[in-house]
Design a protein around this ligand. Structure first.
Ligand code: FE
Length: 582
């Protein structure tokens, strides 16, 4: 799958996170195609030291950091903080899981950054939240599982307290982080501001305990730990067979009847003590006493086959070796080979979410190996140089468009091949980013209506927004480079001319372009033209040109005499006369 086909392609994320919740949040975005730069302290994310280490590289770290790039920055150094700020400047999203206040002390807090970048999406995952009496306190998964009440309903009531084996407070916080971030992405894409997403692990752990908190609100009593049992359902738990435990879940009356058939006790189905789900859960001690000796008489595999055969959910209690070896896991393609930066070959459990979409949009398991510490410093710093002018506020699709355009011009196709492909890319861009933030949609008298959005460092193409006021008309001019125009707002008329032998110009074509329309101009097609805004509102269009138009030569034509006057037009020359009449 080419990366640009992933649903979050073009979104840029900078991650200031360590260990689990934040890195998991970053990886979920990366798996969906976002470009994630992980900023690590010079000693690296603490998880890099967690065993098992395969030839020195942590498998745990690999499981939370694939599809990202790494740069090590010492945020106690002014120079490195400056690099961090530039990284943030080119990012749509920042994720961090530091103690509240830490980022602010570094000058990287939401309040500081959002002044200049209101569209920034800033996600903070913390133990207790950004405000409140415990905001400054630290927490880890197990302390949050304890303080949130989760441990009080986990395990058997007779045992010492146990936590969920999977660090659910950490990972659920990463998931909520993604959810909050994507909610704001939607808003930013429609022209709104970003915001600060505050993800407290305590709140997340209480939120996913909806059944427990609502039980308490409804009864005033604390829910109890029930082992594998369910407070309102039975048979719905682990049972011991002759050789092993298995789990049976007859979650409704229809399934209960099937259970009675399978165990050869059809009369139980008509016993009023067990008539409904509520009856069975109320009498589940007696019911378990009925069922336990029956299940003990046969092996677990016997019961699993029989119940599944009748459509009653029933499963073995797998260890991970069994869970991962299931044909279903293989069939879904969840486990992907992963090569660590040291060459060691291992596996990783990829994204469980896949898409079926008309354009083949997909998630991807492994686009990129987990990075060695600071592995991408050189390329990241070079990108910061080349995109110093790059307006990251332009929405998700512009970086993708620019990458695709760069790839396209790098292939050096003929103009005949290039123009339709550029048109397709531009149509995608204006469809996805059908808006331009200030100042790119504002008339720009200093720049003859032109606002540079991007110029390829090798000057093979540039992207410019043109903003025409109602009634505004350009002189008749040519480009001598190819260009593709896409209209974002308003109504533009493009008149094309041909030089008559002798004197004057003759009109050879008039196109009225409205929102979403695309048009090509090129020397090959004959590009002496004049653009007017014929609508009543300010017109905005995006133009892609096959050169840096700040340096390319253009000519202006006198319509009557055909006289030609050369001029250099473009954003980069402030001293030019204002030909566009603004
Ligand atoms: Fe033009």
């Amino acid at each position: 799958m080419p990366p640009e086909r992933l649903p979050l392609a073009g979104l840029r994320v900078v991650e200031f996170c360590q260990v689990a919740s934040g890195p998991y949040c970053g990886m979920l975005l990366a798996d969906l195609g976002a470009e994630v730069v992980k900023v690590e302290p010079p000693s690296g994310d603490a998880m890099r030291t967690w065993p098992p280490l395969s030839d020195g590289f942590s498998e745990n770290f690999a499981s939370l950091n694939r599809n990202k790039r790494s740069i090590a920055l010492d945020l106690k150094s002014e120079g490195d903080v400056a690099i961090a700020k530039r990284l943030i400047d080119r990012s749509d999203i920042l994720i961090e899981n530091n103690r509240p206040g830490v980022m602010s002390r570094l000058g990287l807090g939401y309040t500081e950054l959002s002044r200049a970048r209101p569209e920034l999406i800033y996600c903070s995952i913390s133990a207790f939240g950004q405000t409140g009496p415990r905001s400054a306190d630290a927490g880890f998964d197990v302390t949050v599982q304890a303080v949130s009440g989760m441990m009080s309903v986990t395990g058997e009531s007779t045992d010492a307290p146990v936590k969920a084996g999977v660090p659910i407070s950490d990972f659920a916080s990463g998931l909520y982080g993604v959810c909050g971030v994507l909610a704001l992405v939607n808003r930013v894409k429609s022209g709104g501001p970003g915001g600060h997403v505050d993800v407290p692990m305590l709140g997340v752990s209480l939120a996913i305990a909806a059944l427990q908190t609502s039980e308490y609100f409804g009864t005033g009593k604390d829910p109890e730990p029930l082992g594998s049992r369910h407070p309102r359902n039975s048979p719905y738990q682990a049972y011991l067979a002759q050789d092993d435990y298995f789990v049976l879940a007859a979650g409704n009356d229809r399934l209960w009847r099937k259970v009675c058939d399978v165990i050869g006790r059809p009369e139980l189905a008509d016993d009023p003590a067990y008539g409904t789900t509520t009856d069975r859960s109320k009498n589940q001690v007696a019911l378990t006493a009925e069922l336990a000796p029956i299940f003990l008489a046969q092996k677990a595999s016997h019961w699993i086959a029989r119940f599944r055969g009748q459509g009653v959910p029933c499963e073995p209690i797998n260890r991970y070796s069994d869970a991962l070896a299931q044909p279903q896991v293989d069939s879904m393609g969840w486990v992907a080979p992963l090569e660590l930066p040291n060459g060691h070959r291992t596996k990783t459990f990829g994204s469980p979410v896949s898409f079926t979409a008309p354009d083949g949009c997909q998630s991807e398991q492994v686009l990129r190996s987990p990075p060695a510490l600071d592995a991408d410093r050189t390329t990241i710093l070079a990108e910061l140089e080349s995109t110093a002018e790059f307006p990251s506020a332009l929405g998700a699709s512009l970086p993708r468009f620019l990458r695709s355009m760069t790839e396209l011009v790098t292939q050096a196709p003929s103009e005949r091949e290039l123009l339709p492909r550029c048109q397709t890319l531009l149509s995608q861009l204006i469809e996805d980013d059908g808006w331009l933030p200030e100042p790119f949609s504002r008339p720009n008298p200093e720049r003859y209506c032109q606002n540079l959005l991007y110029c390829d460092p090798a000057e093979r193409f540039c992207v410019v927004s043109f903003v025409w006021l109602p009634g505004q008309v350009t002189p008749i001019h040519d480009h001598r480079v190819w260009g593709v125009i896409g209209v974002l707002r308003g109504e533009e008329r493009n008149e094309r001319f041909r030089r008559l032998p002798g004197t004057g110009l003759e009109v050879v074509g008039v196109d009225t372009l409205v929102v979403g329309d695309l048009e090509v101009v090129s020397p090959r097609l004959g590009d002496i033209h004049r653009v007017s805004n014929v609508g009543s509102q300010t017109a905005v269009s995006i133009h892609v040109y096959g050169a840096n138009i700040g340096t390319v030569e253009r000519r202006i034509y006198d319509p009557d005499t055909g006289a030609v006057e050369p001029f250099i037009s473009g954003y980069s020359n402030d001293t030019l006369p204002n030909f566009w009449g603004v």
